[in-house]
Design a protein around this ligand. Structure first.
Ligand code: ADP
Ligand code: MG
Length: 254
């Protein structure tokens, strides 16, 4: 593999306004080292998706800039940028009239890598090669998201952006997929940014947790630091949710 790890990302004074009133993203500056698994956490409407989309230019900042390995994302054509970035969201939208193999191959074709074996890509996301001939409607929700991830990574990019990508899944499937993605991140040496409203998921999967509130990053901590009480009120309010649930479960255990 060419690079030892995925690319570095930097936000430099990034603000996004959609109209009058408070900006959706408000002056975010931070650097993410290559190879980091970052979770971006916050309540609904806090600006997570908007900030994430400034990386692949689905959102253009009103002010500030975003760089990947020091290069402004605005520098070249958007399609070339997006080929290097795997982007997976809640309803990934596989083409329903195409097989699993054809769906993954779409990712390869746009990258001019039509020779790369689809089976190897399915194996990366822990799907058996036998699924290659199935239609998306014949897969479970978790399998569909795995195909989406295989397609997103097919062009060979080392940056993976996940926006509530597990949102529609049951808790067991969600947990398994989260672990698979963390393993994939480590195996391929990716830089991963996982947007989630679930602090437990963030604490269990990420190296670094960013907490967003009203367009700003209000906490930037390791899971260990958050679990030991650091990060401030907004972060601790989110940490309290799974902790209280675990405590209540313990109390009810006979
Ligand atoms: P999150 O992903 O944390 O739930 P979003 O980034 O989607 O939050 O939204 C942040 C804020 O920006 C919200 O108030 C939302 O209504 C607003 N917003 C997001 N996208 C648009 C858009 N395309 N047009 C207008 N307002 C938007
Ligand atoms: Mg969102």
């Amino acid at each position: 593999m060419a690079d030892p790890q995925g690319p570095a990302i930097a936000f430099d004074g990034v603000t996004k306004r959609f109209g009058e009133g408070a900006p959706a993203v408000d002056g975010v500056s931070l650097a993410i080292a290559g190879g980091t698994f970052v979770a971006l956490v916050g309540t609904s409407g806090s600006g997570k998706s908007t900030l994430l989309k400034t990386i692949n230019r689905l959102v253009v900042p009103s002010a500030g800039r975003v760089t990947i390995d020091g290069v402004d994302v605005a520098a070249g054509p958007a399609p070339a940028l997006r080929r290097r970035i795997g982007y997976v969201f809640q309803e990934i939208g596989l083409f329903p009239h195409m097989t699993v193999a054809e769906n993954v191959a779409i990712g390869l074709r746009i990258a001019g890598r039509a020779d790369a074996p689809v089976e190897a890509l399915l194996e990366q996301v822990e799907l058996p090669p036998a699924l290659a001939g199935r239609m998306p409607g014949q897969l479970s929700g978790g399998q569909r998201q795995r195909v989406g991830i295989a397609r997103a990574l097919a062009p060979g990019g080392r940056l993976l952006l996940l926006d509530e990508a597990f949102g529609a899944l049951d808790p067991v499937t969600r947990d398994a997929l989260g672990r698979s993605i963390r393993a994939l991140h480590d195996r391929l040496g990716l830089t991963t940014i996982l947007v989630t409203h679930d602090m437990a998921e963030a604490l269990l999967l990420a190296d670094r947790v960013l907490v967003m509130k009203a367009g700003r990053i209000v906490a930037d901590e390791t899971p260990a630091a958050l679990l030991s009480g650091r990060g401030g009120d907004a972060a601790q309010a989110l940490v309290a949710v799974p902790r209280d649930q675990a405590e209540r479960l313990r109390e009810r255990t006979p």
